[in-house]
Design a protein around this ligand. Sequence first.
Ligand code: HAM
Length: 457
Amino acid sequence: MPKIFKTQSGAVAIHKKHDAARAQQEETQEKKHSRTPELPRGMKDILPHEAPLWDILYARVAGTARSYGFEKIETPVVEESALFARSIGKDTDIVEKEMYAIAETEGVKLVLRPENTASIVRAYINHGMLNLPQPVKLWYWGQMFRHERPQSGRYRQFHQFGFEVLGDESPIVDAELILIAYNMYRDIGIDASIQINSIGCGQCRPLYHQALVAYYRTVRHEMCENCRKRLSKNSLRALDCKEPQCQPLKKDAPHCVDYLCEPCKEHFMSVLEYLDELDLPYFLNHALVRGLDYYNRTVFELYASGEEEGSQTALGGGGRYDGLVEILGGRPTPACGFAQGCERAVAKMKDNEMFKSHARTVDIFVAQLGNQAKSKALKLFEEVRATGITVAHNLGKNGLRPQLEIANKLGARYSLVIGQKEVQDETVIIRDMESGAQEVIGFNKTVRDLKKKLGLS
Ligand code: HAM
């Protein structure tokens, strides 16, 4: 029953009280029924159990880059839209349909980068790297954004690492980059297969374009609408099309290698000879043209061995882009590079026995029973932690069983258990989490014994 005030302002006070109560009620209802916002479609959380594999991949990529003499570069995820329209090409899926436009400031359209090669070339020109001793060898790691139809291994935000060599036209650069890409996979236990092709240059490609258009005109009625539309402007895109109806048409299409000019032919033969010399297994894929317009001459992709050719899940890809620096306003500079998808690499690492032990997040778990044991456990935890050994506890839990369950989930190799008896005896129980075997040791000797068990002393 609301209290009635005699004053005039009293009525207002009662109203205010009612309004506040209603607002609070509505807020509680809203909280009850409102759903938790979901992860946006095509995005991925990297959860703690996967994070160690990401760290390993990053460390291997960084180590490989260092050993081959590449320097790290980081560019922003936001770039001018024109950068990609001019480099990847206006008639490509990426530029036509997949870029995330984020803003227009001072008449400049900004997008989230769908790839990084164009940004590297922009940075190379912007920062006068043309004047450094050539070649300039750069590597990167970062998020890319493409508004694609999500499916297994295909995300709208994904990570790539890439290696780019600017300022060297020799075919041995192409071969070395393919070697690096291949070795990267071998080092993480993936047997990769290399697919390679040459798509010629500005001199010889027009001839090939004519032959390709002539061929596709004969099967025009069987092509998807998009390919039909693009045919006369950019016939190579038909070879790159992922629509099921366009797949059988590729089989009878003319091969670019049959139309190469002498310098392009010589370049390609040299690349293949180097690959032979390096004993790298490769497969000539005449339909491989890559989905970005900046390429010329050598193009390549890597797949996990046994995975279907032309599937949507290339582990990585790259090629030459000798015209791109000039297209973006620099002086003519040959260049070549590749990028690999990190999500796809980590997915392969997960299946690999070699990395199973890295899925463990801690080596040691400290468990306790009783209040006195809690403070001893915290002391022990700090001592172990200070040595650099990975260690966890859950001092809020009381029973031993729930604590050992946590230890198991974390993949701990040993648990250290302290109960009332151990507090009195100044001892600790070491439990091998795999065999269940237990032994009792003196509290002060715990760290030394652990180091021995973990092979650290
Ligand atoms: P790309 O073939 O578009 O090339 O991408 C390279 C790799 O990134 C792919 O092989 C794949 O592993 C990964 N990737 C691409 N899109 C997605 C996606 N939606 N979800 C998950 N992974 C994806 C380039 O980006 C060129 N910039 C490569 C390059 C460097 N060429 C010369 N230098």
